[in-house]
Write a protein that binds this ligand. Structure first.
Ligand SMILES: N[C@@H](CCC(=O)N[C@@H](CS)C(=O)NCC(=O)O)C(=O)O
Length: 230
């Protein structure tokens, strides 16, 4: 799908996806955290942050779900893109001007280079942008939903906690299984480039489905007796 190398888009992403026919998700690069009181260096403020997403991406979906569930649709901006010839296009409904700047851009990868002009890595959705500091805060969906869950309560009517203290260990464990075997497992099967790698990923995925099916045949929610982020 292409990637950025030293700030330049290349269409060929070669071996960046792992070896032996196996698909690997590279570690996510932007990992800053927004906090309600600003102690992390980035303060939760209405209108300051924006999510870049696509309707097709399951990782992006969870951030869109949380934006709605937590009543943050007027607090966090949303910009939808679509797959194009250089990763994701942002000008699907007309020219896109990057919030907080005068930059008119076409591709999502341009906000990565606005953030870090020599960035090397993948350009992914979801991406969380800060219009005040004019940079990407975070592009890891599991961390973005945690920020939406706990740090913007001052601006939201829904204070429900989807990551409650008493269930955190259980949620972390089930998330780990779902991430490695299901979410990433689907990509590992779909993007594997030989039969053995495909079968390995396929078996792990369906073993995980069995395990989750078993769990959900005995309880309504994956963790505890209430809805959580898991
Ligand atoms: N760990 C990331 C993964 C996000 C991700 O892989 N998104 C896909 C779309 S479903 C993507 O943008 N892929 C583009 C690429 O890898 O070049 C997250 O959970 O936020």
């Amino acid at each position: 799908m292409g990637m950025l190398v030293e700030g330049h888009w290349i269409d060929e992403d070669g071996n960046s996806r792992g070896s032996g026919g196996k698909f690997d998700h590279l570690p996510t690069y932007f990992r800053d955290f927004i906090s309600s009181d600003g102690s992390s260096g980035l303060k939760a403020e209405p209108g300051r942050y924006h999510i870049y997403a696509t309707k097709t991406c399951p990782w992006a979906h969870r951030t869109l779900l949380f934006r709605h569930l937590k009543g943050l649709t007027k607090v966090i901006g949303l910009h939808l893109g679509e797959s194009g010839n250089e990763g994701y296009r942002l000008d699907i409904n007309g020219p896109h001007v990057v919030p907080g700047t005068d930059e008119q851009i076409t591709y999502l990868h341009e906000i990565y280079t606005l953030s870090n002009s020599s960035y090397t890595g993948r350009v992914t959705v979801p991406t969380l942008w800060d219009e005040k500091e004019k940079r990407i805060v975070n592009n890891e969906s599991s961390e973005i939903i945690r920020m939406f869950n706990s740090e913007f309560n001052e601006y939201s009517e829904n204070h429900y906690d989807y990551y409650p203290n008493e269930l955190r260990n259980e949620i972390d464990d089930i998330n780990e299984l779902i991430y490695s075997k299901v979410n990433n497992g689907v990509y590992q099967a779909g993007f594997s480039s030989n039969q053995a790698a495909y079968e390995e990923a396929f078996d792990a995925l369906f073993d995980a489905f069995e395990m989750l099916e078993d769990r959900l045949s005995k309880q309504r929610y994956l963790c505890g007796e209430r809805i959580t982020e898991a």
